[in-house]
Unconditional design. Structure first.
Length: 347
């Protein structure tokens, strides 16, 4: 995703791995649609897209009477915030640029100044995500011993962030350091982020990897030597419960049973201290068509009932450590989480 001549250029992740197609989002509603329809996805990336969405809304104010600016920006923010409910990074991105707009409007800034300043704020937010990925990669790689075999779920890679990725960023760095030997990405039904996106990233980087379907995870843990499970997150509650892609909770239980460390890698913009526990995290229910159809073809009898919760919550007791840009939260509990977040970012 990149800013390009007054629009947001977005790699349409729905087309991967077969085709690299780019979309141009020129307005906040277009950004909101790209987020909702999963053209771009992954918690940190939708945070950055949300920030740029507000900047795009400011760009469109030149032909709007000044008295209506505040309401127009607010309308754009609401639209962006409503595009997907679970990843809290979206709220951080939108709120960050919205707050800058509030200050500038109070100062009486004109439309040109407002648009330039909000674009600069979205750039800064995106740069920070990139830097968070770099720091988390270093901190997370330190947790792995030489030649580790690791399992991951969904896509927590470069496609999901502005930088190297969260969980995949750690894997990338650890591979450079000789600490990762082999990666097992789970396919991640029903949206197939693991096979379509994570494997695509790993193979482009030449990192040895073997795709498994989600229901193979227990067997692979029991029969291969898996040293760690490493995943990203969409929202971490104040007590350190972790919401992530559906299937993560099951992997955490399996990891516990097999005595395998379970690591979560997420920037502080994924932490929501306003929700006390995972029970209060809103879990997106997506269309059941995404479950009963694969690439437009039905895989269940006509009229079949299905469910599609897109995320689940892993209780913090099952998490060995949470890697943030500010440090490693270990043990993963609320008190340690607050303490780590209060500190400066780790070098
Ligand atoms: O529905 P998605 O593809 O947006 O879900 C993404 C995930 O669950 C990722 O694991 C999470 O956002 C962490 S991304 C660095």
């Amino acid at each position: 995703m990149a800013w390009d001549r007054g629009a947001l250029r977005v790699l349409d992740q729905r087309e991967l791995p077969s085709r690299e197609v780019y979309l141009r989002c020129r307005t906040a509603p277009e950004v909101a649609r790209a987020i909702r329809d999963m053209a771009l996805r992954g918690a940190p990336l939708i945070g950055c897209a949300g920030a740029y969405g507000v900047a795009l809304a400011a760009q469109g104010l030149t032909r709007v009477p000044r008295a209506a600016w505040r309401a127009r920006l607010e309308q754009a923010c609401r639209l962006l915030l409503d595009s997907r409910p679970t990843a809290v990074n979206l709220r951080y991105g939108v709120d960050r640029v919205r707050e800058r707009a509030r200050i500038l409007l109070e100062e009486g800034a004109d439309a040109r100044r407002l648009a330039a300043a909000l674009k600069a704020e979205a750039d800064a937010f995106t740069e920070e995500d990139l830097e968070c990925c770099r720091r988390m990669a270093e901190l997370g790689a330190d947790l792995l011993k030489r030649g580790s075999n690791v399992m991951t779920h969904c896509n927590a890679g470069a496609l999901a962030t502005a930088g190297l990725g969260t969980a995949v960023g750690v894997i990338r760095r650890a591979y450079q350091l000789g600490r990762v030997r082999h990666v097992y990405p789970c396919e991640t039904r029903p949206y197939l982020q693991g096979s379509r996106l994570t494997l695509w990233e790993l193979m482009r980087d030449g990192i040895p990897s073997t795709l498994i379907t989600d229901n193979m995870a227990a067997h692979i843990m029991a029969t291969e030597h898996i040293d760690a499970v490493i995943v990203g997150s969409d929202r971490i509650a104040a007590n350190a419960d972790v919401a992530n892609k559906i299937g993560t909770y099951g992997l955490a239980i399996l990891a516990k049973h097999h005595g395998i460390p379970f690591y979560v890698v997420a920037p502080s913009t994924t932490v929501d201290l306003r929700v006390s526990s995972g029970r209060s995290i809103p879990i997106e229910e997506r269309s059941t068509r995404e479950v009963v159809e694969v690439f437009g073809r039905s895989i269940a009898p006509a009229g079949a009932r299905a469910r599609h919760p897109a995320f689940d919550v892993t209780p913090h007791e099952l998490v060995t450590a949470i890697v943030t840009e500010k440090g490693v939260v270990r043990p993963a509990d609320g008190e340690r989480l607050r303490r780590v977040l209060a500190g400066p970012a780790s070098a």
